[in-house]
Design a protein. Structure first.
Length: 283
């Protein structure tokens, strides 16, 4: 299979601004302003022309971008599966209802079932878990697929997260080892970074989790994450993380050379980058 047939999804970090201060965040100091809306529509068109079947809008906090839903609608027009990764704090029932026809997946970032731990990590100030629990129910009722993203750090690798998963009832659960990116989360490494052994400890305690749709959790170590994601920055550059360092390239260079020159097709495939994300498949 050619690489063009493997790499089919892209993550656009639409905006660096965020209303949370997650200490382990790897995309908070990109130093870029968002592109104009017209330029953004052009980027989506180029991504569709490159063969991207799925686009995930991330941040920062993407819900802070005033044209997020317009971008979602535009991506749907190009036939893409549309996903949003959010801390969920700005989500409410009215907004979720507006997303019904233009958003296929909402990924909620929740790292612990403990409000205290979440606050310690910078994920809100003490009501993050209960808010996401309430929002999860609304997402399910709206018919939007729900993904749970959990970052494992020194504060939660011993935690039993079975109750959290049962509470949220995600259609997909992605578990990520905290990744150190120089210039982004240096100040958190000493306290929050974990070893492979510690990450494996968490995996061993949760590999028996079976979601309600019969799916298993997806566990991604630092090695699996590195150079396995096709990522766009707020200003429309392509961001590559190799050796804990961010390198940026113009999207024109990527189009000219091919995504496989910047993202490893093998690593993308090995981490399960392509899955049944089309809503009609009921994944």
């Amino acid at each position: 299979m050619s690489s063009a047939g493997i790499i089919k999804s892209v993550n656009w970090h639409l905006i660096s601004a965020c209303n949370y201060r997650c200490r382990f965040c790897f995309a908070r100091n990109l130093g870029e302003a968002p592109v104009s809306f017209d330029d953004g529509v052009g980027i989506i068109r180029k991504l569709a022309d490159m063969g991207m079947d799925k686009i995930n809008f991330a941040g920062g906090e993407p819900l802070l971008h005033p044209r997020l839903l317009d971008y979602c609608a535009d991506a749907k027009e190009y036939g893409m599966t549309v996903s949003i990764t959010t801390n969920g704090s700005l989500l409410n029932e009215n907004m979720i209802m507006k997303m019904q026809d233009i958003v296929d997946w909402i990924a909620l970032s929740i790292d612990s079932g403990s409000e205290q731990t979440e606050a310690l990590l910078g994920r809100g100030t003490g009501n993050h878990v209960i808010h996401c629990k309430n929002i999860a129910g609304i997402i399910h009722n709206a018919g939007i697929l729900l993904k749970l993203n959990t970052t494992i750090t020194g504060h939660n690798y011993r935690e039993d997260m079975h109750p959290l998963v049962w509470m949220i009832k995600p259609d997909r659960w992605k578990v990520l080892q905290m990744t150190h990116i120089i210039g982004e989360n240096d100040d958190a490494v000493e306290e929050l970074a974990i070893t492979s052994e510690q990450f494996n400890h968490f995996i061993e305690n949760h590999q028996n989790v079976i979601l309600e749709n019969g799916k298993l959790p997806i566990f991604e170590s630092c090695d699996m994450i590195e150079n396995s994601y096709f990522m766009i920055t707020p200003s429309g550059n392509v961001k590559v993380d190799v050796g804990n360092v961010i390198t940026k390239f113009s999207i024109a260079d990527v189009i000219s050379c091919g995504v496989e020159c910047f993202v490893s097709p093998v690593k993308y495939q090995n981490r399960g980058g392509k899955y049944e994300w089309n809503q009609s498949l009921g994944c």
